[in-house]
Design a protein around this ligand. Structure first.
Ligand code: UD1
Ligand code: CA
Length: 457
């Protein structure tokens, strides 16, 4: 039987370069806190435990880790010191322990799995994921001899020869659970930065006769996030992955680079997405649905075969059934649209329930707010709402009713009723030319009066 894996996520660093009141690991990527990506990728390994190492008082970070436990590193004395804080939680754990950073959210499950497997195969006490860096200067250098990792030298402690090495430490380390307490316990801070380096575990393991290895990966995966510039770079990388996964899963994107997804966006097959569409959190889109250009969609389950946009906005708490049409400049908020219902142009439907097959005319407003509270509009199936109508909630419109165009509807409309909520039109035959003559005479008189005044001056 394979020994279970434990994962330690280091997240106690100060993150000062973010210049933010929000802890670094809580800054969002694809609408999820950075650390949630790290946790999701680690959780996919089905580890027996995950533990976070956080700074004192970082309760919001602890909440982001929940239900996983966190331990507090009393002072940020280095990565080795941070990992040591987790030893209590790791007691009795004999399998591999993966140490990862909370600010490196692009590391894939696949790479973590590869490292654990390589360590098992080589019977290594310590393994690290390494990469060839375009610019190695900020990283620890991996010194490899005869296929084994001999030591990791931090940039500031490296001599000229070591600085010339471009094979670098990603920060992801796998340590044998039976040895971790001894190895971390032996780390000292006798270096330039006076920090307890986790990377010293390699040298210590070797000195005790154990083996260490380095497994190569892609630099793009190991980008840490220290500033908002790097946050934006990571967001792009993550979006790229999410778009590719969607397309591989059967989604057509006309211009993928302009489609913004959330980590939890779900698509059925043969969904088509036009350019410049943003998906906020909590969206699932059913098969064969078409989302045209410039839509903003959040917190909604959309059924199959729907047509949405261009320029539609769907806000959280909505539900859109199969074959619904939502057209340009239509906004939905906490609104349910039944199967085949249509709102094709210029409408605000807030806190509304639109029955199956009903048609909402251009310019319709579900007037849901009276300045104090929100109220619901409930429209039955097969209702016709004429253009430019205001439906003043709370309101019920029964099955098959017809609300005439331009109505302000303040009273419930029973099933099959025809409702007029507007002034009756008055038409006066032949009066248009009479009005024109009157207005013409008035304008001429005004002009004459003005000329007389200027003559006197
Ligand atoms: C670390 C590695 C370096 C590697 C680089 C990759 C060490 C000594 N160095 O350097 O070899 O190339 O990552 O990006 O490990 N943290 C704590 N408590 C602390 C210090 C750090 O929790 O006391 C956490 C931070 O929140 C962060 C992570 O550990 O998530 C890495 O710390 P950081 O100071 O950025 O390490 P580097 O100097 O970049
Ligand atoms: Ca770093």
């Amino acid at each position: 039987m394979k020994s279970p894996i434990a994962v330690v996520v280091l997240a106690a660093g100060a993150g000062t370069r973010m210049k933010s009141a929000l802890p670094k690991v809580l800054h969002p990527l694809a609408n999820l806190p950075m650390v949630a990506h790290v946790l999701a990728n680690a959780a996919a390994l089905k580890p027996s435990r995950i533990v976070g190492v956080i700074a004192p008082g970082a309760t919001a970070v602890a909440e982001a880790f929940a239900p996983h436990p966190t331990v507090v590193q009393s002072k940020p004395l280095g990565t080795g010191h941070a990992a040591r804080a987790a030893l209590g939680v790791l007691q009795g754990h004999e399998g591999p322990v993966l140490v990862v950073f909370g600010d490196a959210p692009l590391v894939t499950t696949q790479s973590l799995r590869r490292l654990v497997a390589a360590c098992g195969k080589a019977r290594a006490a310590v393994g690290v994921l390494g990469f060839t860096a375009r610019d190695p200067s900020p990283y620890g250098r991996l010194i490899v001899e005869g296929g084994e990792l001999v030591k990791i030298v931090e940039s500031k402690d490296a001599d000229a020869a070591e600085r010339a090495v471009d094979f670098c430490n990603s920060g992801v380390m796998c340590i044998d659970g039976r040895l971790i307490a001894t190895l971390l316990g032996a780390i000292r801070n006798d270096n330039v930065k006076r920090e307890f380096y986790l990377t010293d575990a390699v040298r210590i393991a070797r000195a005790a006769g154990h083996k260490a290895i380095a497994v190569a990966g892609e630099e793009a995966e190991f980008q840490g996030i220290n500033s908002r510039v790097e946050l934006a770079v990571a967001e792009q990388a993550l979006q790229q992955r999410l778009r590719q996964a969607a397309m591989i899963g059967g989604v057509t994107m006309t211009d993928p680079g302009t489609v913004w997804l959330s980590a939890d966006t779900k698509f059925g097959t043969d969904v088509t997405i036009g350019p410049n569409v943003r998906f906020g959190p909590g969206v699932s889109i059913g098969a064969d649905t078409v989302i045209k250009a410039f839509c903003d969609i959040e917190g909604v389950r959309v059924g199959r075969g729907a047509i949405i946009g261009p320029f539609a906005r769907i806000r959280p708490g909505s539900e859109v059934a199969d074959d619904v049409h939502i057209g340009n400049f239509v906004e939905l908020k906490a609104t349910r649209m039944g199967r085949g219902a249509k709102a094709n142009h210029l409408a605000y439907l807030g806190d509304a329930d639109i029955g199956t097959g009903s048609n909402i005319g251009a310019g319709t407003i579900a007037v849901n707010y009276d300045g104090f509270g929100k109220h619901r509009t409930v429209i039955g199936p097969d209702v016709f709402i004429g253009s430019n109508s205001s439906l003043v909630a709370p309101l019920k419109v029964g099955r098959g009713a017809n609300v005439t165009a331009g109505s302000v509807v303040t009273e419930d409309v029973p099933a099959d009723a025809l409702a007029f909520g507007r002034a009756r039109q008055v038409t006066k035959k032949g009066r248009a030319s009479a009005l024109r003559a009157k207005l013409r005479d008035r304008a001429a008189a005004a002009k004459r009066a003005a000329t007389e005044r200027s003559g006197k001056n």
